[in-house]
Design a protein around this ligand. Structure first.
Ligand code: UT7
Length: 329
């Protein structure tokens, strides 16, 4: 066990838009079946933003809910870190839009992009900022509107993604509870297995780029799957090694929800039985950086996480990026 924790989560919140897209809806759009999607991914429904809803709206809802559960006002937050790859616009950061929407007038605000591992990266950064004495009350958010960068003519990807947001309020540790250790890693050599070609300066928007679908997610699913299984398993093992904890002490694994089979493989790597693995992929699909805080909030609110429980968080995403965190809740 580490000598002392540096920061702890004192409140969580989440939000998903009202509109639902079911497997049956997808059967009408592309050549797929409910059976294929359930068997290969574990997904049943996902949430989709309305035409006037933006990433910052979802993030602001989740943030307000996390602040309420932490018993803090937005003005008490001194840092907002928002993990996303689907921000409202090119710039400014979506974190700045959230700052305005919730009235966090005393905060510094920034986005970080680590795709589906974004929430772990953001949590790691919050922990470091608190340890360095540079921040005291940090709002960590994962928020995505993936359905706006999804090609609904590509069955390989369109059945997977959903929209949503989750947030956590992180403050200095009370010495008993908190983040016990974190681990983050990337391998930029594998950037061509999961990416968007456009939406940046390399391929500026043009009629041609839109016609060619360069603003949509592209993924070599089978390849990504193999790397995800390995990296998520490694990450789970690594955070146990760093913290000196054993798998027997872990009360709940909260994994990025990209595929039920990947989550199960990760649990097998650290020998965790199914009752110590949190799964809500059937309700949200893959919401990238939002999936861990969405799951965390649901697990806290449903009573699945109790004070003092040991949590292991694990994620993997485009980049590739991956990482983990061990938390005494
Ligand atoms: O979020 C961070 C990173 N992302 C991930 O971790 C996702 C990792 N990848 C995966 O989860 C899986 O690879 C997928 C769910 C994307 C795909 O599952 P798979 O078991 O790897 O399927 P596959 O790509 O190997 O495709 C198997 C078959 C193919 O047909 P053939 O070539 O065997 O005839 C596909 O064309 O399934 C076909 N297929 C579909 N069939 C029905 C692919 N998508 C669909 C679909 N409906 N939606």
């Amino acid at each position: 066990m580490p000598d002392k924790t540096r920061s702890m989560i004192i409140g969580t919140g989440s939000y998903a838009p009202e509109k639902i897209l079911t497997n049956q809806d997808l059967e009408k759009i592309v050549d797929t079946t409910d059976e294929w999607i359930r068997e290969r991914t574990g997904m049943q429904v996902r949430h989709v933003v309305g035409p006037d809803e933006q990433n910052s709206d979802l993030a602001a809802h989740a943030a307000q809910s996390a602040l309420a559960s932490a018993g803090l006002s937005a003005a008490e937050i001194d840092l907002i870190i928002l993990a996303t790859v689907t921000g409202d616009s090119g710039f400014p950061s979506t974190a700045c839009f959230v700052q305005e929407k919730i009235g966090a007038v005393n905060a510094a605000a920034m986005d970080i992009g680590a795709a589906c591992a974004g929430f772990i990266y953001a949590l790691d950064l919050a922990d470091s900022q608190i340890a360095a004495g540079k921040a005291k009350r940090v709002l960590v958010i994962g928020s995505e509107v993936l359905t706006r960068i999804t090609d609904y003519s590509d069955r390989n990807t369109c059945v997977l993604f959903g929209d949503g947001a989750g947030a956590a309020v992180v403050v200095p540790s009370d010495g008993k509870r908190g983040i016990l250790g974190t681990f983050t890693k990337s391998d930029g050599r594998l950037n061509q297995l999961l990416y968007i070609e456009g939406l940046g300066t390399r391929v500026p928007p043009s009629h041609e780029s839109v016609d060619a679908g360069q603003h949509f997610v592209k993924m070599a699913g089978r390849e990504v799957f193999k790397y995800a299984v390995k990296a998520m398993g490694d990450s789970a093992e690594e955070v146990l090694r760093i913290t000196g904890l054993t798998n027997k002490e872990v009360d709940l694994l909260i994994s990025h929800q990209a595929n039920l089979r990947i989550i199960e493989a990760t649990a097998r790597r650290i020998n965790l039985p199914a009752d110590r693995v949190f799964i809500n992929i059937e309700k949200y699909g893959n919401t990238s950086s939002a999936s861990i805080p969405l799951a965390l909030d649901e697990a806290v609110r449903s009573g699945r996480i109790k004070p003092g429980d040991l949590l292991v968080l694990v994620a993997f995403g485009a980049g590739f990026t991956w990482g983990s965190a061990a938390i005494r809740y």
